[in-house]
Ligand binder design. Sequence first.
Ligand code: COA
Length: 199
Amino acid sequence: MDRDLSRAALLRPQGLRIAGRITNAVPFTERHLRNPAYLSWLHDREVVRTIGRPDYVAAPVPLSVVEDYVARITVSDCDLFLALYHTADDHFVGTLKAGHIDWHQGTGDIGIMIGEKGYWGRGLATDAIGALAQHLYDVLGLRRLTAGSMGINPAMVKVFEKLGFCREGVLRKHLRHEESFCDHILLGCFRNELRLPKS
Ligand SMILES: CC(C)(COP(=O)(O)OP(=O)(O)OC[C@H]1O[C@@H](n2cnc3c(N)ncnc32)[C@H](O)[C@@H]1OP(=O)(O)O)[C@@H](O)C(=O)NCCC(=O)NCCS
């Protein structure tokens, strides 16, 4: 089989569902793109202020830009873009991503956006990232995962640290935040460092 095809098949096999204890994630599709909740999250300044996209904070991102992004990322063989659900009520609450997968280095970078603010602080990010990390190590065979967080987002840093990610560096005042700049905190985790939440 063509190498790129085999990677795409490995990334998004038929029926892929990454299940944690309280969340599950499936490949992001047109159905999620057309769900009005998705664009409303990207237009919510409280949600996007910590995703490192000052352009989304400055002005509502046009649907055409989002469509282009989704079209690219959902076929990429180095990105896995997922729609995240709260399992108990089957509610679409956000997105989860393993990006910049480098198959040669065995690395990938994790990102998350829980757009439904009523679900913040209920352990969803910890559960979903833990399940995704386990999948990336055990199924895709990656050896090292990375993540980044704005310094103004202590909840995100706490989630990664609870899961065993280590702070590996700080890019000082690297990211634009409102009229100023904030630190970019870099985290990393090897397979043997991952600590999944106890059930
Ligand atoms: C950041 C985000 C992913 C967190 O998701 P979540 O589901 O609320 O996270 P969890 O509930 O699993 O864990 C949050 C932890 O941070 C803690 N926390 C919350 N606010 C905090 C603060 N200001 N300072 C320190 N810790 C804080 C919580 O107490 C919790 O820890 P605990 O379980 O030990 O009590 C979510 O708020 C979000 O998606 N925000 C918008 C987009 C975003 O910032 N994405 C990340 C881009 S890198």
